[in-house]
Design a protein around this ligand. Structure first.
Ligand SMILES: Cc1ncc(COP(=O)(O)O)c(C=O)c1O
Length: 444
């Protein structure tokens, strides 16, 4: 079925048309005529006399995108089975998932969650600090510390809060944070609310990091912060380089292993383990919302550090504790992760297979074990359009456009799990190849 909203007619999809570039440009200009990309970035200003809500009243981009049929967000998932989901009654393969170990429906995880729900009820109705700490939280903290070789761990309600709360309470007025420019928004927010200063070094650029460390060498409190695996590019942080500089300049290192845990290292212990740097990384932050298939986050460090964070981090103290079913489910999921390394092996096999497929097609792909595979398109209009065509063709992928990525660096973000079957990966590759050629993104 050809959706009526598409801004190109059938002829422009005719493979005999030799000029792919002009076809591509035509699509881009047609979309840009009807879509206000400036407005989509929420740069609308408050108009005089219209009050604070004028920015909302004049924000047209979502409606425009919906009318054009290229709106990619908030798709309603009606059911899922790991590698496939049903959206609007249509079964599609999902390559928009962080369920890397295919764990969300594991019977052991579900059983643990059900039992905890029965025993402790639906929620903690209070902060960990006062009345929300259950024996379940303490068990999970103990299990994480032991799995990651850490003295102590604090379980928090989200990974976002684990980053934000930890950074905000550690970075004092006279301290300075050195943060990779591609770090996650929760790290940006932590730095923004902290009283200390933050400088942002170029992505994974050790020379630039050293430049800043040298410049601020007189500052006593220095904190280097990096994602271990960057959520959009799928790059692995240069942890050996960071650790060396941290030693040279007397800095502390905080690593966000949100996409490292369950994905890399021995039994999925993360990039810290992969580089054999467990002793050198001072603070290990993680999330339960990806490989462990749930919600929640944690911070692990030596006990003096965690005890401070436990009593000082607002994002931990002033929010309700992670509910019983989630805590118990995560504890069971961690056990599955550690005891079934074959899941990680399958994840790496799937990753290698899909990356080779994309590479052979002409896409520039990171040659690493990371199951985040961004397909760089560049132009935002073309990216949104391709995303919609992929969906129509049975592939549910994510999009990243400005300001999530820099302007003209738009991408389709694909990610994989150990649950994907080879036939499904082949279908993804076939769709990308067919549509990439038709839109003039890859050569014939
Ligand atoms: C790198 C990174 N850090 C932290 C988070 C936040 O994790 P959570 O979803 O548990 O709040 C995310 C999730 O998007 C992430 O990608």
């Amino acid at each position: 079925m050809k959706p009526s909203y598409l801004p190109v007619n059938k002829e422009s999809f005719d493979d005999t048309n030799s000029n792919l570039n002009s076809k591509k440009n035509k699509i881009i200009s047609l979309l840009k005529e009807n879509f206000d990309f400036e407005n989509s970035h929420l740069r609308t200003s408050t108009k005089k006399g219209e009050g604070i809500l004028s920015k909302c009243n004049n924000y047209e981009a979502p409606d425009q995108a919906k009318k054009l049929g290229i709106y990619p967000y908030f798709r309603e998932i009606e059911s899922n089975n790991g590698s496939q989901v049903v959206i609007g009654g249509k079964k599609v393969i999902t390559v928009s998932t962080n369920n890397y170990l295919g764990i969300t429906k594991d019977p052991r995880v579900l059983e643990a969650g059900k039992n905890a729900l029965q025993q402790f009820g639906s929620g903690c109705t209070g902060s960990r600090f006062l009345n929300g700490t259950l024996s379940l939280h303490k068990t999970l903290e103990h299990e994480i510390s032991s799995a990651l070789n850490r003295e102590d761990t604090i379980v928090m309600s989200t990974g976002f809060q684990a980053n934000q709360g930890t950074i905000a309470c550690l970075l004092g007025r006279k301290d300075i944070a050195f943060s990779d420019r591609e770090n996650h928004a929760s790290i940006y927010e932590g730095c923004a609310v902290a009283p200390g200063k933050t400088v942002r070094y170029r992505h994974n650029d050790m020379d630039h990091l050293e430049y800043y460390l040298k410049k601020y060498s007189d500052v006593e409190g220095k904190l280097i912060i990096t994602d271990s695996i960057f959520s959009m590019s799928g790059d692995i942080a240069n942890l050996p380089g960071i650790v060396k500089l941290a030693k040279d300049y007397g800095a502390t290192v905080l690593v966000d292993e949100a996409h490292g845990l369950g994905v890399i290292g021995e039994c999925g212990r993360g990039v810290t383990n992969y580089f054999n740097l467990e002793k050198e990384i001072d603070i290990y932050v993680g999330t339960f919302s990806k490989s462990l298939g749930s919600i929640g986050g944690f911070v692990s460090a030596n006990a003096k550090v965690t005890e401070y964070i436990r009593h000082k981090a607002s994002a931990f103290i002033f929010t309700a504790a992670l509910p019983p079913a989630s805590v118990a489910g995560v504890t069971a999921a961690l056990d599955v992760m550690l005891s079934e390394p074959e899941r990680l092996k399958k994840l790496h096999d799937n990753t290698a297979y899909i990356k080779k497929g994309f590479f052979d097609m002409g896409f520039q792909i990171n040659n690493n074990q990371v199951p985040i595979v961004p397909i760089k398109i560049g132009d935002e209009a073309l990216t949104l359009y391709l995303n919609q065509l992929l969906f129509d063709d049975g592939i549910f992928a994510g999009v990243a456009v400005s300001p999530v990525v820099p302007s003209f660096n738009a991408m389709i973000r694909t990610s994989y799990t150990c649950a994907h079957k080879k036939e499904e990966l082949d279908q993804v590759l076939t769709s990308f190849k067919k549509l990439g050629r038709k839109l003039g993104i890859i050569p014939q």
